[in-house]
Design a protein around this ligand. Structure first.
Ligand code: CU
Length: 369
């Protein structure tokens, strides 16, 4: 369990002192009376009806108010209890006996990918004797390091390399693995199921050529930005140029409330985050953006919808077929560029109406600031 190994920074002392003060000040006239806490799960947060309760029996009533399945886990003071899955619209309860201290409360779905997207909070449990709690400031420290992270700009510069391939429409090679996960996708399921039969996640691959370089900045929910240029030649000999313009932060396909620049996320495949028609992977960076698209020097659209991801290698050398359903342990060096027409625009003049190009041995670094 390495979850608390995030950077701590200089605020540790302040946080522990603050926690001690809060625990000490909380009045607990009936420490043994059972407590009730309501929890609401949604994309991407966990909301509790109260931030602190008295020690003893605590019953959580958890409602999934989101649009995909979520779970609920309480961890701290040596306990780790969870409800693995709660379907959208459903509720469940969890009753625990909690000692004084701070507990982490989060969604365990997708091996922490939901947690990383924001589905975590904390619960303080206060008792008549609070002497045990001062040593358990871990969660609080983590919270302050998160606070710091929000203010800090993170950036990544990605440079394409290795074989360039164009992915053409075809069947998804792992339909049985994806099928149970697709069940959870509600309204979007139909569209995704048609992509299983014939879509952009296939083994139908043609060699291509070109380059792609971009820089992305993670500055918080609405201020992310991106800058980059891709130029490549497709199988039919057409020369395409894409100038990345701005990050798309809403109305993102497969997850309406998921956008912006995401650095370092474990997702796709079995995680229930984004389409399971990409195998389970780790990504160094993923983003949706709008761009200016040119074909043979003619402007096609100023609103091309672009998905960019530098991820664990999913394709093997030679024929570049998808090689794994869980590729998350592979080296992060596959750069995917997927281009779709802008909202309301006609399909692109390419097989399947989309452009999907991979650079199989790409690299990233922190840009010079
Ligand atoms: Cu979740």
């Amino acid at each position: 369990m390495n979850r608390k190994s995030t950077e701590v920074g200089g605020r540790t002392v302040v946080s522990v002192a603050l926690l001690g003060a809060l625990v000490g000040a909380a009045p607990r006239p009936h420490p043994d009376a059972p407590s009730h806490v309501s929890a609401k799960l949604s994309e991407w947060k966990v909301e509790l009806s109260q931030a602190s309760v008295g020690a003893g029996t605590v019953t959580f009533t958890i409602t999934n108010a989101g649009s995909i399945p979520h779970g609920f886990e309480v961890e701290g003071q040596g306990i780790e209890k969870e409800i693995e899955r709660i379907q959208p619209g459903a509720s469940d309860t969890l009753t625990l006996t909690l000692k004084p201290g701070t507990y982490e409360v989060y969604c365990p779905v997708g091996e922490d990918s939901h947690k990383k997207l924001g589905m975590e909070t904390h619960l303080k449990v206060a008792g008549a004797t609070s002497s045990g709690s001062a040593g358990y400031g871990g969660s609080e420290m983590r919270e302050s390091s998160r606070g710091e992270r929000l203010a800090k700009v993170q950036a990544i510069r990605v440079t394409s390399g290795g074989p360039v391939i164009q992915i053409l429409p075809g069947p998804f090679p792992f339909p049985d693995s994806a099928a149970p996960i697709l069940q959870a996708f509600g309204d979007e399921r139909e569209g995704l199921e048609s992509q299983v039969k014939n879509g952009p996640y296939s083994n139908n691959v043609a060699r291509s050529s070109g380059s792609f370089t971009f820089t992305a900045w993670d500055k918080g929910a609405t201020r992310d930005s991106v800058d980059g240029l891709a130029e490549f030649t497709t199988q039919d000999g057409a020369r395409w140029k894409l100038v990345l313009d701005r990050v798309q932060t809403k109305d993102v396909p497969h997850h309406p409330r998921f956008g912006g620049v995401i650095l370092g996320l474990y997702y796709h495949g079995a995680t229930q985050v984004h389409t399971p028609l990409v195998p389970t992977i780790n990504s160094a960076v993923a983003l949706w953006a709008f761009g200016h698209l040119y074909k043979n020097d003619q402007l096609v659209t100023d609103n091309a919808m672009v998905h960019v991801m530098l991820l664990s290698r999913t394709r093997r050398d030679g024929d570049f077929a998808l090689a794994c359903w869980d590729c998350s342990k592979n080296k992060i060096e596959e750069l995917q560029l997927q281009i779709l027409p802008g909202p309301g625009e006609p399909k692109l003049d390419a097989p399947g109406g989309f452009l999907f190009v991979n650079w199989e041995k790409s690299s990233s670094r922190k840009p010079a600031s």
